[in-house]
Ligand binder design. Sequence first.
Ligand code: ADP
Ligand code: ZN
Ligand code: ZN
Length: 735
Amino acid sequence: MPEQAPTFHVVHVAVHTPVHSGVGTPLSYTHSSPLPAGCLVRVPLGTRHLLGVVWPAPPDETPIDPSKLRPLDAVMQGLEPMNGHWQRLVGFAARYYQRSVGEIAMAGLPPALRDMTAEQLAKRLQPPKPKQRSKKAAAALAAAAEAAAAPPQAPQAPQAPQAPQAPQAPQALIALSAEQQSVCSQIEQNSGPFLLYGSTGSGKTEVYMRVVQQALDASPQAQALVMVPEINLTPQLQERFEARFVPLFGAQAVVSMHSGMTDVQRLKSWLAAHTGQARIVLGTRMSVFASMPGLQVIVVDEEHDPSYKQQEGARYSARDLALWRGHDCGAKVILGSATPSLESWHASDPAVGRYLRLHMPSRIGAGALPRLRMVDMTQQPKKTVFSPPLLAAITERVQKGEQSLILLNRRGFAPVLFCADCNWKSDCPHCSAHQVFHKGDRTLRCHHCGDTRRVPHACPGCGNPDILPLGKGTEQLEEELERLLRNVQRPDGRPARIGRIDADTTKHKGALEEQLALVHSGEVDVLVGTQMVAKGHDFRRITLVAAVQPDGALFSSDFRAPERLFCLLMQAAGRAGRDASYISAQGSHPEMWIQSFEPQHMVYQALRQHDYPSFAQQQLRERQDAAMPPFAFQALVRADAKTQDAAQAFLRAATDAARQGQLPHLDDVFLYPPIPMTVQRVANVERAQMLIEATDRRALQRFLHAWQPWLHWVRGHPSHKSIVRWLVDVDPLTL
Ligand code: ADP
Ligand code: ZN
Ligand code: ZN
């Protein structure tokens, strides 16, 4: 028989090209058979071999001569192709955030998968050797193994049954409060998206669990994605979800996804979600890209939290993508917060009506919200850190065996060392920033570039041995409290104990859990911490929360600073008096203390009333008058270079190119002149940025899209050789 000439099929593959190639369109390869879009493959690129995703052919495809293309390396056998919803999500995110499809696609896959050959994957997909299993289970496993080895076009194989487990009794459900009931039925009857505006402790998590359960009960394929802003918050949530759902849906039903997991754990979770075995994924922002073929519900808890915005590489907002994803695949999206972002608050304004706003004002099982105590620092002696009334209040709590939480958003001992003789300051040699004095290990550390050095014995400028710490960090507050409370006793006669939780004390794995346990067990009487401790933690015996120097945010040039401060203080206040029965047994009233030089500021006045709506209304009015988000849409272009001039020259050239190229919507967007960034130099690199603003989101999008190739073109020009990098940040959170 004559041998048949081999046929080649052209396949388009999205890969994360190492060079920011600009166009970012998928690359073309050949394969012996056509492959469906979404199929994972390995491809050669230069001398490297990369994971890629088969992508649909571009609509304006020009025919390519297959003999000019390289064949792909291998198909990642045994995995269902990434489905259409996932492909659309990746495509949208790439377009919207001005990145390549391959970069977003790879960011959405577990790192272990990226580094795996097809053989390694096949091995991993092999089920464990059956030990003493029944014949029936062994047969099912064999069938699953066979299916796993089948080409990706094959229909999804049924899952192997779960290994028998000791049966667990499902939890008896608590009766919902009237508010929870009303919210649940509204979520049931409407398609959303929903903004669940509920006080801390109002039972939002219980609502999420009910909505999730309803979806999972209704269909054996249904899946739910529940996102939290920080890794620290996942263990608590995981515990609650596992206690509720493992007895109902099995041990594999709940998986986590966050960057604190090992690559192997992440791969396992990802595969479980992709195959549908996992019914619930709990994760941080990265989980918004999880492959979940049965996705029915998406929860974004603490939706206002800036951690949902990725600040490196592809700068996406997981909250915004969650809304897009839910709309695209028909999943219900619930955003939850006690202090919603002003964007979401505005969108859920009945007059705007994009989200349905649901309200749960009452705290379940908790006392009233804490009373606000303002200390006017203009009336205190200079350099007061703990005003006498605050110190007296803390002392009293210690003596009654209650706990206090002291917030300061600055770690280290002092933000700068200073010589009074020659004005020397501990500036970082690589950055336009001070190096922070850490007394514990006698180092000066730059919080921007990480440069760490020993504290000099004398002033490097003039030899003066008396260099002084200027300003206060958490380390110093801890030390001062030790001193001030030295003679204060707890009811058990032991001396007051001070604890500290910040990024420095929790560097090592397990350190945070250990320190939290000390707080929970009552070992610690006064806890000093950064915003890390203000979020989410359920401290039962804290009856006093104090912000000792919160004013800084009021004078920030960032228009979002008041919003962030208000939210942080509301969250912190929510840490006090969480246990009504404890509070009433103690006979105390929870308090939130603020020491301020501007006690009349509206942020504090709104806080006094626990009045988020009027704070939001006032802020939104200001934003509307100034045409700022959410009434305008922004993007930043940033350039890093050896010199500030070079960085700004690039941005100016980019602006000129936009004008010369007569880009669409040029008249609808406003291009501000380039300026140095607030921290202008980091690690010896000068940074500049320019703001682009439009009142119409689509105009901004179209303009950016048309501008992208011009930016690459300008970058490639010899006069901009010294540009280290440039990037576009769409919907930036910090200016
Ligand atoms: P949030 O997520 O709004 O902070 P949670 O869902 O964590 O609130 O609820 C706060 C506390 O109240 C939790 O200890 C929770 O178990 C309890 N809780 C929630 N709903 C109810 C209810 N309907 N009845 C009794 N306790 C509830
Ligand atoms: Zn000096
Ligand atoms: Zn530095």
